[in-house]
Design a protein around this ligand. Structure first.
Ligand SMILES: NC(=O)c1ccc[n+]([C@@H]2O[C@H](COP(=O)([O-])OP(=O)(O)OC[C@H]3O[C@@H](n4cnc5c(N)ncnc54)[C@H](OP(=O)(O)O)[C@@H]3O)[C@@H](O)[C@H]2O)c1
Length: 325
């Protein structure tokens, strides 16, 4: 496996550079939307952050470089995740869940976490049309052609957390989702076949979150509501726990989520906290600028992981690993 070794060496060299004032932060899912916003926001604050973006593919990396003007060495391709995805989301190869768990996924996370002060996890399985129409609903068939949640939201996030732990990273922040207290949430049905395989995205996210909490690492877990591609910095932000919020709103611009993910590394109040996050409609309420006080209304509370459900059997997980495409 020559290629990963070369990549590993290059990454370590990158991270061994002087770590003075700016915080060196690895951001995964930078080829995606929210992860991309986090990366761009950090690039714009070089006095505070020195981000390393981790993209899934060379194509994602090239697009990101073009969009941000970042130096090529500031973005790396996560060979580990890409290989694993190819190997385990294809129908041509069946393997046990134990095998999957032992695969060296998250090479990028493992390597980049070395000498990095923090890791922001923005990678996630992505629902996409998979072709054809569902005969019952008349809607397009949806699935996870780039990897099932079991792989991307559980195994790959676990690999990143393990990597951070091994490397002594100070803080891990996950961009997750609201809805985790309801195992029957409709998002869990996306990509699930009639025999119950695949899908379960909120369940697998919750398992990764609990794993992070139990790891002993300093953490922040943000559960945003529905994500909007609208400008950030224009709305009042509202926080809550356990899918209960003191507002009717259940959505938030991705840019606002990205700002909170970034602030989680700056504000001591965000350490070891898990919370829900939405925004009021524009023009309603005071625009959030004081991120240090954002969590004050929670009076120290955090999401309760005894609520909802967390898959606890890897064999059950194996049934979710393949299929549902
Ligand atoms: N959509 C919503 O309304 C909503 C609501 C609440 C929470 N969330 C959650 O918020 C987070 C951010 O969502 P988003 O829509 O901004 O993200 P996104 O654009 O879907 O980005 C997801 C990232 O994960 C990467 N990824 C996908 N499959 C992968 C695989 N097999 N291996 C490695 N990386 C992979 C993607 O890589 P590429 O760029 O190469 O494709 C992309 O960079 C996610 O956790 C999402 O579930 C979403």
């Amino acid at each position: 496996m020559r290629q990963p070794r070369i990549w590993l060496a290059a990454t370590l060299a990158l991270c061994l550079g002087a770590r003075a004032e700016p915080m060196k932060v690895a951001v995964t899912g930078t080829g995606g939307q929210t992860g991309g916003h986090v990366f761009r926001k950090m690039l714009r604050r070089p006095e505070l952050f020195s981000p390393i973006g981790i993209a899934r593919t060379e194509r994602s990396k090239e697009a990101l470089l073009e969009a941000t003007g970042a130096a090529p060495e500031q973005v790396v391709v996560d060979i580990g995740l890409q290989q694993s995805t190819t190997m385990y989301s294809g129908n041509d190869r069946q393997c046990s869940a134990v095998e999957a768990a032992q695969e060296p996924q998250g090479n990028a996370g493992r390597a980049l976490a070395g000498r990095c002060a923090a890791l922001v996890i923005g990678s996630s399985a992505k629902v996409k049309p998979t072709g054809g129409t569902n005969a019952e609903t008349g809607r397009p068939n949806m699935g996870f052609p780039d990897g099932q949640p079991y792989l991307v939201d559980w195994l790959a996030q676990k690999a990143q957390i393990d990597a951070a732990h091994l490397a002594g990273v100070g803080h891990v922040t996950i961009c997750s989702s609201m809805g985790g207290t309801n195992p029957d949430h409709m998002l869990n049905r996306f990509g699930r076949t009639t025999d119950g395989r695949g899908g379960g995205i909120l369940l697998w996210k919750r398992k990764a979150e609990k794993y992070l909490i139990d790891s002993g690492l300093t953490y922040t877990i943000v559960h945003p509501g529905g994500l909007l591609n609208e400008p950030g910095g224009k709305r009042a932000l509202v926080v809550g726990v356990d899918d209960k919020l003191p507002t009717e709103s259940r959505s938030i611009p991705r840019e606002d989520v990205a700002e909170v993910l970034l602030q989680s590394l700056l504000q001591s109040d965000y350490r070891d906290r898990s919370f829900d996050l939405v925004a009021e409609p524009e023009g309603s309420g005071e625009v959030c600028t004081d991120f240090a006080s954002l969590l004050q209304s929670l009076q120290g509370s955090s999401c309760d992981y005894s609520l909802g459900a967390i898959p606890d059997r890897e064999l059950a997980a194996g049934r979710n690993r393949i299929g549902g495409r």
